[in-house]
Design a protein around this ligand. Structure first.
Ligand code: SAH
Length: 268
């Protein structure tokens, strides 16, 4: 058992997802045969029924795999099990929506794989069992991670530099009616000062350094998780970096290698 219970997440009426996951301690290490059967059944239904299918079985299977990969944070697992990832990808890709793979979302960008999304969210929350305060996400993309974040923190400020994706995220998120997600169009390299200070900052695109604006906008006691490129290698090598802002200063930890789209300045 983990020390924190899955949160009693309150969703607004009309939210279509169901929170019917088992408690964290009960998440099977390997998918049970019945679950594998349900997954195969759901996969068979997918092409025929498209977005209308009951996708909770495939999501449960995805969550079981995330737990197997070492994601222990019950609140993150529950949020990943609640948000319907297939709503965020093109119709032609829905049958891959619950595989641990990144997928194209248009304009040369990708939705991160569930394993990476859950890993970054677990890092963001590490040592902090409750719901977070305000979080800034740089790189809204299709809006998937913003939706997951909305179940983990009080307010999500998510900024995207490509107008086409900002609009797409708005369309994707509208039916979910997540009142605490604020979508912003702009250059996230300068952060979003109006929402600062943030308890957490999470970036879905990697630059050569963490912009000073992000550090400035992070609350004391807050944490930042971002992919950062290192060295002159081509293609650039990226690693996840965790920065804690404490009263005594910054503490940086470099984690595993990752592959994110580049952080770019300006809007388009
Ligand atoms: N979290 C997203 C992942 C999108 S990929 C999702 O769940 O779909 C990363 C996104 O970062 C891309 O859409 C890219 O356009 C955006 N991006 C890159 N540099 C940016 C910047 N400076 N400001 C805001 N968004 C940026």
């Amino acid at each position: 058992m983990t020390q924190h219970k899955p949160a009693g997440i309150k969703l607004r009426p009309g939210f279509p997802a169901r929170l019917d996951l088992p408690r964290a301690g009960a998440v099977p290490v390997r998918p049970a045969p019945a679950q594998a059967q349900a997954l195969a059944h759901a996969r068979a239904l997918y092409p025929a029924q498209g977005l209308g299918m009951d996708s909770s079985a495939v999501r449960r299977s995805m969550v079981a795999k995330l737990a197997q990969q070492g994601i222990e944070d019950a609140m993150v697992l529950q949020a990943m099990g609640s948000i319907e990832r297939h709503r965020f990808v093109d119709t032609a890709l829905v049958n891959q929506a619950y595989e641990d793979t990144s997928l194209p979302i248009g304009l040369g960008q990708t939705i991160s794989k569930p394993g990476v999304v859950s890993r970054m969210l677990a890092l963001l929350r590490l040592g902090n069992p409750g719901r977070m305060g305000r979080v800034l996400e740089v790189g809204t993309g299709c809006g998937y991670q913003a939706a997951v974040l909305s179940l983990l923190c009080n307010e999500v400020y998510s900024i995207e530099r490509l107008r086409g994706l900002h609009d797409k995220a708005r369309d994707n998120l509208r039916p979910l009616r997540l009142a605490n997600v604020h979508l912003l169009f702009g250059d996230g390299m300068v952060g979003y000062a109006k929402g600062a200070p943030y308890a957490g900052i999470i970036a879905a695109a990697g630059g050569e350094a963490v912009p000073q604006a992000w550090i400035d906008q992070l609350a004391v006691g807050g944490r930042l998780v971002a992919p950062v490129s290192s060295g002159a290698a081509s293609p650039a090598r990226q690693a996840l970096v965790v920065i804690d802002k404490t009263a005594q200063g910054l503490r940086q930890t470099v984690m595993e290698a990752v592959h994110f789209v580049p952080l770019k300045s300006g809007v388009a």
